[in-house]
Write a protein that binds this ligand. Structure first.
Ligand SMILES: [Zn+2]
Length: 180
């Protein structure tokens, strides 16, 4: 555990072997592709992440190399419902298995549910953090509930109205029967 690891040039195998631990935080601007999605909000949003390495025993084999990643970020985006800025929370919690090379990684990634990546001695962990956060971006960003608009109650009322207007087909049949 005394070994120092560098997040932007990580020796993944050594990290797993020593059950390494890395965590950090960075301003959103340090992840330019993610920052490009952010609308000019107040303050400097921060990205937080942590990673753990794990070497899983494998009988008769070299063992499986795993990297467990968690990341969080809040990205200000334009809410598509009220068109004001909404703080969109992104959360990543994923594990990646590393194999010997790219070809094998591609093959195994297709064949299994797991996320498989190629081993590297200079793996850019921050790039992976950014990739994963980008995948969490909502297609249609919006507030959980928009500020300044009692939207919930009005849409509830619409829903109630739609419900009561709907004619119960059995009741309609009974009515027909009565009219005979
Ligand atoms: Zn909104």
């Amino acid at each position: 555990m005394s070994k120092e690891f560098n997040a932007s040039r990580l020796d993944v195998h050594a990290f797993a072997q020593s059950a390494g631990h890395l965590q950090g935080q960075a301003p959103l601007g340090a992840l330019p592709r993610l920052a490009a999605e952010a609308q000019g909000g107040a303050g400097v949003p921060e990205v937080q992440w942590r990673a753990e390495g794990e070497l899983q025993e494998q009988t008769g084999g070299p063992g499986h190399v795993w990297l467990h990643l968690q990341a969080q970020a809040v990205v200000p985006m334009v809410c598509q419902r009220c068109l004001s800025l909404a703080p969109i929370s992104l959360e990543v919690d994923r594990s990646f298995r590393f194999v010997a090379d790219e070809a094998l990684a591609e093959e195994e990634d297709n064949d299994s549910e797991e996320d498989v990546l190629a081993l590297s001695r200079e793996f850019n962990l921050l790039e992976l953090v950014e990739d994963e956060l980008l995948m969490e971006l909502p297609v249609v960003p919006r507030h959980d509930s928009c500020p300044g608009e009692p939207r919930m109650s009005s849409s509830d009322a619409d829903f109630e109205q739609a419900n009561t207007e709907k004619v119960n087909p059995f009741a309609a049949l009974r009515e027909l029967d009565l009219k005979k």
